[in-house]
Design a protein around this ligand. Structure first.
Ligand code: HEC
Ligand code: HEC
Ligand code: HEC
Ligand code: HEC
Length: 193
């Protein structure tokens, strides 16, 4: 390339600077675009764009993670996407299956969703177990749990955490989605959709 042919010349240096500046600018644009995409694909609205057939959103709205007296809530990504870079990227890549499934319409009615639920649930629970419920722990710091303030049963179970035998979702499977009991008429009224 010509810029390398005349390394000492003014023209060569000038071109190198222009090239470097252009490279830096492209780099910045790339980083901004990347972060914006990550942000945009982490909102509830994004997930609900596809998961919009009542389940699992209705079940989610029946939990304290959707609404509680303190207003500190957990959204879809808070539980389903780990914060650390590598696991987060891995999960985003795995989501290719979801795009493909969406195109084939595998969960586009409640009936299809229910038929497909056991397979999805198994995959998701396996993820939680593999990470020792990392996303739960990003909010619930076991070391700072005031065990004395918990019920004797909770205290006993939580004191055993870390022994590797059980992870959060083994005992709190319904933390993100209440059991599929039929919703009351009042609940149906209050659902977002
Ligand atoms: C393009 C549509 C689409 C978007 C956007 C989407 N999903 Fe999905 N999701 C699907 C489909 C379809 C499946 C079922 C995939 C299959 O089994 O083939 C699925 C499956 C899942 C599962 C079950 C586990 C698994 O591995 O199948 C979870 C959990 C999940 N999605 C959470 C989310 C979260 C959280 C978001 C937002 C960050 C999200 N999804 C965004 C379409 C989507
Ligand atoms: C407090 C944590 C938490 C939140 C918040 C949460 N989930 Fe889940 N989700 C779980 C857990 C744990 C499982 C596995 C157990 C189960 O199936 O309920 C799960 C399972 C799923 C599945 C697998 C199929 C199924 O119905 O079991 C899908 C799909 C899913 N979640 C989507 C979502 C979407 C979309 C949102 C946001 C509207 C969301 N989740 C919010 C914890 C959460
Ligand atoms: C974004 C932060 C956040 C995440 C992620 C999160 N939680 Fe929570 N969780 C909370 C808050 C805040 C409360 C207390 C709500 C209240 O005021 O009662 C809570 C309450 C709970 C409770 C008490 C339930 C009850 O009925 O009182 C359990 C059990 C629980 N979480 C388990 C989990 C599990 C398991 C996960 C992972 C699947 C998880 N949480 C993920 C913030 C979070
Ligand atoms: C071996 C079973 C077991 C495991 C594993 C477990 N818990 Fe619990 N947890 C319980 C029991 C039992 C209760 C009490 C439930 C009740 O009183 O209805 C409880 C209660 C809670 C509460 C409510 C405490 C309160 O007093 O308000 C939170 C929050 C909670 N667990 C979070 C977690 C998190 C986060 C993890 C993983 C780090 C976890 N638990 C792992 C059994 C377990």
């Amino acid at each position: 390339m010509s810029i390398f042919r005349e390394p000492g010349s003014r023209r060569g240096r000038g071109r190198t600077l222009v090239l470097l500046a252009a490279g830096a600018l492209l780099g910045i644009i790339g980083v901004v675009a990347f972060n914006t995409t990550l942000e945009a694909t982490s909102t509830d609205e994004f997930c609900l764009g596809c998961h919009n057939h009542g389940i699992p959103y209705k079940q989610h709205q029946l939990t304290v993670h959707y609404t509680n007296p303190h207003g500190v809530v957990a959204g879809c990504s808070d539980c389903h996407v780990q914060h650390e870079f590598v696991p987060k990227m891995t999960r985003k890549i795995e989501a290719a299956r979801e795009v493909w499934g969406h195109l084939r319409g595998v969960i586009d009615t409640d009936e299809k969703y229910l038929a497909h639920q056991p397979a999805m649930k198994a995959r998701e629970l396996a993820r939680f177990r593999a990470s020792d419920s990392a996303t739960c722990r990003s909010c619930h710091d076991v070391a700072r749990m005031d065990l004395e303030a918990q019920s004797p049963k909770a205290r006993r179970e939580h004191a055993r955490l870390g022994s590797g035998a059980k992870t959060c979702v083994d005992c709190h499977e319904e933390a993100g989605h209440a059991a599929l009991a039929p919703a009351t008429a009042e609940q149906e009224q209050s659902f977002d959709f």
